[in-house]
Design a protein around this ligand. Structure first.
Ligand code: IPM
Ligand code: MG
Length: 356
């Protein structure tokens, strides 16, 4: 099992290091994992002038799975768009055909008090956001700038979805809902957008093949409101790239910290890229205070979805739970009465819990 490790920028390298410690325990226990590192994001730009250097893409294409840290930093903000770190991420998603982005928002009991919502609203929360990842206004053409008839500059992007793009993400979402609470909410803006009208039609059509799943539709503005009002009404949410980007950040805060949220981006054969849902947090990079749990939980998702090792995945998740129960907290999830630990110490605690 070959894993391409793309640590990226900011806190990327230090959180990735913790996930690798965890994988190392499994390796010593007999898992045949082969790791190879490559520069990516700002680090790719620094080394090769490209946020997704050719060698890095090739490595990712050849690997069975890709484990990523995070990309971006203020020193790259002034670069032309093609060279910006985020382009490395968007290009690798597109090049590997990673159209299905799974972002679970799972409230660990131990952290219910860390959420900005009332404890009773989030205790036991378990929502899975399934975000389409290679279409929509992120990739639609044409895009650009031109002058209008009055000579004023106008900028435009194209929101675009094909039936097949919608159908394949709907299939993934129905399949996942079937294995969970059997409730699927499709989020769109059908009262305004053409793409959303098609989206809703195709999702309804797909639903015929999944009579066991209860399907509902919700406008994105209402979904944003319902997530903050009564998040436990949701089981699986399926939505487009742009709406999913926004709603998944919102959902992450329900769990206490975006530092807890893992993600998987899958192709049609379950090859995947795994990364925390948070960014590179340049302001705290190198300070040993970042929360590595989202990355460790991303590695667990890799074991589950790409390598189909449910037991090992559950073992890592149980170790994270145990560490939280022991009271270990990084700064982002710290509460009075718990013990504040750094990035490396949190990684070590998960390793110890795994070995126990
Ligand atoms: C995410 C991020 C990316 C996105 C950015 C960094 C391009 O916000 O993974 O959610 O918008 O998809
Ligand atoms: Mg985002």
């Amino acid at each position: 099992m070959k894993i391409a490790v793309l640590a990226g920028d900011g806190i990327g390298p230090e959180i990735i290091e913790q996930a690798l410690k965890v994988l190392d325990v499994l390796r010593k226990d007999g898992l045949a994992l082969e790791l190879e590192h490559a520069p990516y994001g700002g680090a790719g730009y620094d080394a090769y002038g490209d946020p997704l250097p050719e060698g890095t893409l090739k490595l990712a294409q050849e690997a069975d799975a890709v484990l990523c840290g995070a990309v971006g930093g203020p020193q790259y903000d002034k670069l032309p768009r093609a060279q910006r770190p985020e382009q490395g991420l968007l290009r690798i998603r597109k090049a590997l055909g990673l159209f299905a982005n799974l972002r679970p928002a799972l409230a660990f009991e131990e952290l219910a008090g860390a959420s900005s919502l009332k404890t009773e609203l989030v205790a036991g929360l378990d929502v899975l956001i399934v975000r389409e990842l290679t279409g929509d206004i992120y990739f639609g053409e044409p895009r650009g700038r031109r002058n209008n008839a009055e000579g004023e500059c106008v900028a435009y992007d194209t929101m675009l979805y094909s039936e097949s793009e919608i159908r394949r993400i709907a299939e993934v979402a129905f399949g996942l809902a079937l294995k969970r609470g059997k409730k699927l909410t499709s989020v769109d803006k059908e009262n305004v957008l053409e793409t959303s009208r098609l989206w809703r039609e195709v999702v309804k059509e797909t639903a015929k093949r999944y009579p066991q799943v209860e399907l509902s539709h919700m406008y994105v503005d209402n979904a944003a409101m319902q997530l903050a009002r009564a998040p436990k009404q949701f089981d699986v949410i399926v939505t487009g790239n742009m709406f999913g980007d926004i709603l998944s950040d919102e959902a992450s805060m329900l769990t206490g910290s975006i530092g807890m949220l893992p993600s998987a981006s899958l192709d049609s054969n379950n090859k995947g890229l795994y990364e925390p849902a948070h960014g590179s947090a340049p302001d705290i990079a190198g300070k040993d205070i970042a929360n590595p749990l989202a990355t460790i939980l991303s590695a667990a998702m890799m074991l589950r979805y790409t390598f189909e090792m449910e037991q090992e995945a559950a073992r890592v998740e149980a170790a994270v739970k145990r560490v939280l129960a022991q009271g270990c907290r990084t700064a982002d999830i710290y509460e009075a009465g718990t013990r504040k630990v750094g990035t490396a110490e949190m990684g070590d605690a998960v390793v110890a819990a795994l070995r126990a």
